[in-house]
Structures are given as structure tokens and as C-alpha cells.
Design a protein around this ligand. Structure first.
Ligand code: SAM
Length: 283
């Protein structure tokens, strides 16, 4: 292969390779290794610890699915919290909802936001909206301290390693429950059904113990391992399968639609099996 290629080793036996035009920025932040590169096929791309976080070319699949599914499930979301998400993509989608009065971004690494503002304006463009508050702190701690504060909480985290490990724990989900209003709901990105089945199963079981409604839905993210991605939703009152679409806002989107929202909860048999298996069974 000619030229310079970046390869992310996504599993011990699988890599995704992207041809680079140039490296725009590289630094070690207090939390992680951060790079912004220009790719031939997906435009600019953000890497943290050599793991693809987002690209200008395919970010809309992920950001629209993680934001609009919970926001349209809630009939009148006014306050939203994003944990992680320093690139700003989820915030950009949240502020498309006219009912939103305040969107809080809690990102542990200020350098992610600074670099997104400088190199990824298409993704970070919502961060200066008057309804947005940005706090540079640990999302685990933030949620521990909040009570009855948010209509919707979205966890747009890195993979469950380093500072993000605690964002996948049952204790964190219990704190999320407390931080939500009495009819609030929450969504987290929960990795690949192809490669992280055991994690997804454990999360779904934890959520089912904490929330009256716990559901898994799927989306496509071309640059993530396997291309098929999972999102886990816990809700105190509203069921994502019973949205009153006549009352939902008209959104300008590129991937998400009401039909895709509904269809995302239709789980293929192999994913259903993941949820039903016992931990000691292989999948
Ligand atoms: N969509 C991406 C993915 O799934 O690969 C995630 C993108 S976003 C840039 C993830 C962010 O979560 C990173 O900027 C990271 O700094 C942040 N993060 C990790 N752990 C965190 C924590 N405990 N509290 C707040 N932010 C955290």
C-alpha cells in the first residue's frame, strides 16, 4: 500500500486502516495521547490513544443515534447532560431540539474540546450556543453529586479503559438514576455487539435492575470495530418504542429518522442470544 496509513488494532485479530494525507496535531494531554489527522476517505479524524473517536465523514451516524433516540423518547426534554463527548457532536444534535433550555457537557479532558474547536468545526460548532455549559471534570464525580437534575443523560465516552472504566459500572448507573428527574432517561454507547457481547449483557442486566425500562438499540458506525454499534437505554417512565411522533420536533438529520428510531430496537437473533446467554457461555 502506497502512502502513509494509520491502522487501529480494533481487536487482537482485526485492524482498520485509513490512508492519511497529513497529521494536523499531536499532543499528550494529562489524560491521553491525542491526534487530529486528515484522512483521504473520511476527512479529519480525532484519535485518542490511537483509537478512532470520530471522523468528519461518518460522525453523523453515531451522534444522531445517541442523541435523538433519547431526546425524542422524552416528550419535553429541557435539561440534558453529556458525559464525555468533548468533540461536541452530541451537543450539536441536542441543541436542534427546540425544548432544550440547558445542555451541560462534562468532559474530563479540556484538550479534547480545545482541539475539536480548532480542527473539527463541523462537529464542535454547537459548543458556543448560549444554552451550552461546559465543565471540565470527571463525569463519574459529577453524577455522584447531582440529584433530580436532568431530563436526559447521554454518556458519550471512550472505551471502558482508563478514566472511562467507571462509566460502565452499576454504581455509576445508580447515580445516573438519582441525577435524573422522576421521568428522566439515559443512554450510553455500549460498544460492539460483535466483540463486546459480555459487556453489553452485563450492562443490560444492571440497567434492568435499576430502571423500570431497559433497552438495547443498534446503529451503524463505519469506523468503529465491526461497523455495528450498540447503545443502552435506561428510562424511568418513557418507552422509546412508544414515541408520539406527531409531537416530535422536525429535525434536519442525515441518518436518524422516526423509522430508523423504531427499527434500531429490532435486534437480530445473534444479539438477542448475547442478551440471553449465561456469562460462562462463549459467543
Ligand atoms: N464517540 C466516541 C467513541 O465512542 O469512541 C467517544 C468520543 S468522545 C471524544 C469521548 C470522551 O470521553 C473523550 O474526550 C474523553 O476524554 C472523555 N472521557 C473519558 N472518561 C471520562 C470521564 N470519566 N468523565 C468525563 N469525560 C470522560
Amino acid at each position: 500500500m502506497q502512502g502513509i496509513w494509520f491502522s487501529e488494532l480494533q481487536t487482537p485479530g482485526l485492524a482498520i486502516s485509513v490512508k492519511l494525507k497529513k497529521t494536523l496535531h499531536h499532543e499528550k494531554t494529562p489524560y491521553q495521547d491525542l491526534a487530529v489527522v486528515e484522512t483521504e476517505s473520511y476527512g479529519r479524524m480525532l484519535l485518542l490513544d490511537n483509537i478512532i473517536q470520530t471522523t468528519v465523514g461518518d460522525e453523523f451516524f453515531y451522534h444522531e443515534m445517541i442523541a435523538h433516540v433519547p431526546l425524542n423518547t422524552h416528550p419535553n426534554p429541557r435539561t440534558a447532560l453529556v458525559i464525555g463527548g468533548g468533540d461536541g457532536g452530541v451537543i450539536r444534535e441536542i441543541i436542534k431540539h427546540p425544548s432544550i433550555e440547558k445542555a451541560t457537557l462534562v468532559e474530563i479532558d479540556a484538550r479534547v474540546v480545545a482541539n475539536a474547536r480548532e480542527y473539527l468545526p463541523e462537529i464542535s460548532c454547537g459548543l458556543d450556543d448560549a444554552r451550552v455549559e461546559i465543565r471540565f471534570e470527571d463525569g463519574i464525580e459529577h453524577v455522584r453529586q447531582m440529584e433530580n437534575a436532568y431530563d436526559v443523560i447521554i454518556v458519550d465516552s471512550t472505551d471502558p479503559i482508563g478514566p472511562a472504566v467507571g462509566l460502565f459500572s452499576a454504581e455509576f448507573y445508580r447515580n445516573v438514576y438519582r441525577a435524573l428527574k422522576p421521568d428522566g432517561l439515559f443512554v450510553a454507547q455500549t460498544e460492539s455487539p460483535l466483540f463486546n457481547g459480555r459487556l453489553i449483557r452485563r450492562i443490560q442486566r444492571d440497567l434492568a435492575e435499576i430502571f423500570p425500562i431497559a433497552r438495547l438499540y443498534l446503529g451503524t458506525v463505519p469506523t468503529y470495530p465491526g461497523g455495528l454499534w450498540s447503545f443502552s437505554l435506561g428510562s424511568k417512565e418513557y418507552d422509546p418504542l412508544e414515541v408520539d411522533w406527531k409531537k416530535a420536533p422536525q429535525l434536519v438529520t442525515r441518518y436518524y429518522t422516526p423509522a430508523i428510531h423504531q427499527g434500531a430496537f429490532a435486534l437480530p437473533p445473534f444479539v438477542q442470544e448475547i442478551l440471553e446467554k449465561r456469562d460462562e457461555e462463549e459467543f
